[in-house]
Design a binder for this molecule. Structure first.
Ligand SMILES: *Cc1c(COP(=O)(O)O)cnc(C)c1O
Length: 356
């Protein structure tokens, strides 16, 4: 099994990439999450300047009108892309594909019916006791299979009405703060939001859904860890999809959050040609445990418009999970879930020992 690269190897490879791709950047720039966000690759030119690409990738990059959502890749992630071959697994998750323009039968712009379940701008309520707060529509990087491609990169909602709704609804005990990625917000903004939620007596559990430890681990500064620590019990749901994301920087970011007493869970999407094989799933989930992260959900791909080329099959997911049970520690096995179209909620698909 492939393990996390050693700190020294990783640091050398990252430095070489920085010198070649961003020669004006200092080591301090590279450590600075705001520098990383400002220097995200957002165009075909910006990507082609620093990465070797396949003809297929070049064709897709040259047709931005066919993209299902904007392009954004921070320099840190470009460095990980540069370490794999064109068309590699991380390339598939971050670079546009011509097939994004094809809408398969049953696919929807709003696959989870979130617009129908919106109780205030940026607040989705699909379950009796929990609510989903969309704190921003920006992410450090946009995943091509995003379920919320329709809003990716737009301005986030003003959350005053959402917070007022939560204050008025004591049945809501669990708030999942997501987006977009809430950790792309600055510390002061994030602190105001968490304070407002913590001040609602009936909100017992606050969770944050974030890809930051995978996409931009530099964001997990000592100040951020200290800030989050004040709002415990606070849980983070991370989003690692492939073992190549388990870098020493990602490990350090997770370690810092764990040191602050924040439990870490992970949600992965089962993606065709990215992680839908046993070896990759074992390496990902065992690697997450080594970082102190519990694999929580493995999602079968939502029926989001233009994602059929990345969606694997339920049968494949079940076969992988069956093979994992017994071969690895039970902690490494996530729940396999499908979020029903239209907002019917999540249903478990496994692991199960039956073959249906
Ligand atoms: C997934 C989801 C949640 C959280 O679900 P858990 O199964 O408790 O992790 C909450 N609200 C919405 C709308 C969701 O889609």
């Amino acid at each position: 099994m492939k393990s996390v690269p050693t700190q020294a190897d990783f640091a050398r490879r990252e430095r070489e990439f920085r010198h070649r791709a961003f020669p004006a950047a200092t080591a301090a720039d590279w450590e600075d999450w705001r520098w990383q966000l400002r220097h995200r690759a957002r165009t075909a030119t910006a990507v082609a300047r620093v990465l070797a690409l396949s003809p297929r990738e070049r064709r897709a990059l040259a047709a931005p009108d066919a993209w299902r959502m904007p392009l954004a890749i921070p320099p840190y992630l470009l460095g990980l892309l540069a370490a794999e071959a064109p068309d590699g697994p991380l390339h598939r998750t971050l670079l546009p594909d011509r097939r994004e323009a094809r809408i398969a039968p049953g696919e929807l712009r709003d696959p989870l019916g979130e617009e129908a379940h919106q109780v205030a701008p940026g607040l989705i309520r699909s379950y009796p006791h929990k609510a989903l707060l969309l704190a921003t529509a920006d992410c450090a990087s946009f995943c091509r299979y995003c379920t919320r491609a329709r809003t990716a990169g737009r301005a986030g909602a003003d959350l005053a009405a959402a917070l007022a709704w939560l204050r008025a609804h004591p049945e809501i005990r669990d708030v999942l703060v997501s987006g977009g990625d809430p950790l792309t917000l600055g510390d002061a903004h994030l602190e105001r939001l968490l304070r407002a939620l913590r001040d609602i007596p009936h909100v017992e559990l606050i969770r944050i859904g974030t890809k930051i430890p995978a996409a931009l681990p530099q964001r997990v500064t000592p100040a951020l860890a200290k800030l989050l620590k004040k709002f415990r019990p606070l849980w983070l749901s991370l989003h690692f999809t492939h073992p190549a994301e388990l870098t020493p920087r990602a490990a350090a970011a997770c370690g810092r959050l764990l040191d602050a007493g924040i439990p870490l869970m992970n949600q992965t999407v089962l993606l065709r040609g990215v992680n839908d094989d046993l070896d990759t799933m074992l390496a990902l989930n065992e690697g997450l445990l080594r970082l102190g992260v519990k694999p929580y959900y493995l999602h079968h791909g939502d029926l989001a418009a233009g994602t059929a080329h990345l969606r694997s099959t339920v049968a494949r997911g079940r076969a992988i999970l069956r093979a994992m049970c017994g071969r690895t520690t039970g902690y490494a096995v996530p729940h396999f879930m499908f979020d029903r179209p239209g907002g019917g909620g999540k249903v478990p698909l496994g692991p199960a020992w039956t073959s249906s």
